[in-house]
Design a protein. Structure first.
Length: 697
């Protein structure tokens, strides 16, 4: 199997495998579950389980595992072998429908945000037939959801599936109200572009900050950063290219539609993007992609960093979530067509997004909030923490015309003149792109750009699906009863634009002026994770989730707690790592270096030939002063950490202590250390420098 079409999906229990291993009846039933979200009868589970086992055994598998996405943000798995004891002291290889459908797992060791006390340990994983099972490392992976004994969801997958059902139902209602009876299912489609860093494994092992926290906590800027723009789309180094080739191959076997690869802006930063697919599959695939990247990197002598900000002074890593809606008849509901002004169906769906993003800016911000992402949002390299939509001038003029009851006279697409007859001509797009917008309309989809690189994309997609479903539902309520459809459609589009155009911003989102303008427009700007999390349980948000049956109030509270706890724990580990490095490595190293120069001074003076070792003495003074500061700031950081440790208040207040006090103390300590690094002989510095980490691959 050497050609890509031959081995693509060979490790997935996909259509081809299902056809081969299942009876016609069960195959058809399972397929309509996958494609249309229809219920699968439990009686079929035994046959499916057996078929999966036979298929997995044919690929050399020995184990199976339920694979789920708990609130830790990463995936979880527990492997069981297929063996069952047989009479004669031998074993059989078995896998029952029961084992496929339900797994029991100790839920107490996964975060539940107070939903589960530690002693109430029971949790279930339940097969998600809408997502394909696959084989990796001789193990059959079965995608599952994860919930508590009392039925509360403890994962990111269940609410995603719920939100997908909501948006399908409400989009169908709206389409029906418009007289469209041909469509029976609408699905959210997603393509996630993923950024990452590759660094050398040996150097990684020399840095405890990278090992414990995924980012460098100390490190002076090297003489060169990314200012020459010579890495973005630059030619790919052979060692990296070999990794990328391997990565594509592994992902293709797993049915991941890996499509694009290139170098990113920062040195040793890269990107991979797949072709878009149904939202829940895209989400599974992105989790898989991150897992495969990490594992394969090690085989190539690299470590793959998925942290949002591994290095100061160069770009961090994000993820772009491209989102759209498509019908089972193959129509993209966000395709404006040649004449968007006449495409009222498109304008209605567009209006639903505009209204949704404006009314629930806070939820979008919350969905991307994390300790790591706080280093990026608003740092002039990623979109700011303010949510806004980029539409482009043409679409905005279209909406304005509808709002004013005017006709829109379109702009003709100009020809691109290149001044050379031999070059092929093409037509320009009617609007330019905007790379700075957090939520940009990019022709036939929206690109949500605020995600951090390690985020589970289920989080933002739960939000987008739910808030848009809510608006579609409100529009459908009106149009289902309408007596003058055309007039009411225009009214909805016009009024939405008038009421919500503050959320549309086509300018530079990185500019200082935008901060002021956004404030004047009354848009939210939650700069840090705790600030954002305060709003998860706002009344309007609870009402939205309960009405749409995505979360209940308990589940929202629980999620808030879990996310805040995760935030505090992350910063706590970072602070403790800094203290460890500061005392055990950095202070002793600089002190030893000062000792060596001091010895030089003593030796020179002993020579007694009238040489005054002035420069050495200046350096000793400089470094001693810095070391003094360094000690003081180390103590200050320890005091801040101790304060957090002895704090007895709630999770939000604790998160604020970490945000306002611990992070600030960490920043001060780092600054002095980075200055000392610049004056200390490289032989003495205990860690590989930024220059070596970023430029020696
Ligand atoms: P860029 O944003 O870097 O210019 P592309 O425009 O090529 O990149 O697309 C980025 C991602 O958007 C890809 O993963 C692509 O598959 C995805 N995409 C394209 N069309 C859709 C769609 N209708 N729905 C969701 N994602 C889409
Ligand atoms: Mg993009």
């Amino acid at each position: 199997m050497n050609s890509i079409p031959e081995f693509f999906g060979s490790m997935v229990f996909n259509d081809e495998a299902m056809k081969k291993f299942l009876s016609d009846k069960v195959y058809k039933a399972l397929k309509s579950t996958i494609e249309n979200g229809e219920h699968l009868d439990n009686s079929m589970a035994n046959e499916v389980a057996n078929a999966m086992k036979e298929w997995a055994l044919s690929l050399g598998c020995t184990h199976f595992t339920h694979w789920f996405q708990p609130m830790t943000g990463i995936t979880a798995e527990k492997h069981d072998s297929f063996i069952v004891p047989a009479e004669d002291g031998k074993v059989l290889m078995e896998f029952s429908g029961k084992e496929l459908i339900k797994g029991e797992s100790d839920a107490s060791s996964f975060p539940s945000g107070g939903i589960r006390a530690t002693f109430e340990a029971r949790g279930y994983t339940a097969w998600d037939p809408t997502s394909y099972a696959f084989v990796m490392d001789k193990t059959l992976y079965i995608p599952t959801i994860f919930l508590s004994y009392t039925g509360e969801v403890l994962d990111k997958k269940t609410p995603l599936l719920r939100s997908m059902e909501r948006i399908s139902s409400e989009a169908l209602r709206l389409l029906k109200a418009l007289g469209r009876n041909d469509v029976t299912h609408v699905s959210a489609s997603v393509g996630a572009e993923q950024e990452y860093f590759l660094i050398d494994k040996e150097m990684y092992l020399e840095r405890r900050d990278l090992m414990y926290t995924g980012r460098t906590l100390f490190g002076a800027r090297p003489p060169k950063g990314q200012e020459m723009d010579d890495h973005y789309f630059g030619s790919i180094k052979p060692r990296v290219a070999a990794f990328m080739a391997d990565l594509d191959r592994e992902l293709w076997k797993l049915g991941v539609l890996s499509k694009t690869r290139h170098n990113e802006a920062a040195p040793c930063q890269h990107e991979i993007a797949p072709v878009f697919t149904t939202c829940n599959i895209a989400s599974d695939h992105n989790q898989l992609t991150m897992k495969v990247m990490k594992n394969l990197a090690l085989k190539h002598g690299f470590v793959c960093l998925l942290h949002e900000k591994p290095f100061e002074g160069v770009n961090g890593s994000g993820k772009h979530n491209n989102w759209s809606l498509s019908t089972n008849t193959g129509e993209n509901l966000f395709r404006p067509g040649k004449k968007p002004f006449e495409n009222k169906q498109f304008l209605l769906f567009l209006s639903a997004v505009i209204k949704g993003v404006d009314e629930y800016q806070d939820l979008l911000r919350i969905s991307v909030a994390s300790a790591g992402n706080d280093h990026r949002l608003g740092a002039h390299e990623a979109p700011p923490a303010i949510m806004s939509i980029f539409l482009g001038s043409e679409l905005e003029s279209v909406l304005e015309a509808v709002a004013n009851g005017e006709e829109y006279v379109g702009v003709k697409r100009a020809k691109m003149g290149m001044g050379v007859d031999a070059l092929p001509e093409f037509k320009k797009d009617t609007t330019d792109r905007n790379r700075t917008s957090p939520f940009a309309f990019t022709g036939n989809k929206f690109e949500f750009r605020s995600l951090g690189s390690s985020l589970n994309i289920a989080c933002p997609n739960i939000m987008i699906n739910t808030i848009v479903a809510e608006q579609l539902s409100q529009f459908a309520d009106i149009l289902e009863k309408s007596e003058n459809l055309e007039q009411d459609i225009e009214k909805i589009i016009g009024e939405t634009y008038k009421k919500h155009h503050r959320i549309i911003f086509n300018g530079n989102n990185y500019a200082e002026e935008w901060l002021h303008e956004a404030e004047a427009r009354g848009l939210c700007n939650y700069r840090t994770m705790p600030e954002a999390m305060e709003h998860y349980s706002d009344e309007k948000n609870v009402a939205l989730f309960e009405k749409n049956q995505v979360f209940n109030k308990n589940e929202i509270h629980a999620r808030t707690e879990i996310l805040l706890e995760g935030y505090s724990k992350t910063i706590n580990i970072e602070a403790l790592t800094m203290l460890d490095m500061a005392r055990k490595d950095i202070f002793p190293a600089v002190s030893r270096f000062v000792g060596e120069i001091s010895q030089t001074v003593v030796n020179v003076k002993k020579l007694d030939v009238g040489i005054n070792p002035k420069s050495e003495i200046n350096l000793i003074k400089k470094l001693s002063d810095l070391l003094d500061k360094f000690s003081t700031y180390t103590e200050e950081l320890e005091a801040a950490v101790n304060k957090a440790h002895s704090f007895k208040g709630n999770a939000l207040s604790l998160a604020y202590i970490y945000c306002n006090e611990v992070l600030a103390a960490m920043g001060k300590l780092r600054k002095v250390s980075d200055e000392m690094e610049q004056y200390t002989c490289a032989d003495f510095w205990p860690y590989p420098s930024y220059g070596r980490l970023m430029f020696t691959i």
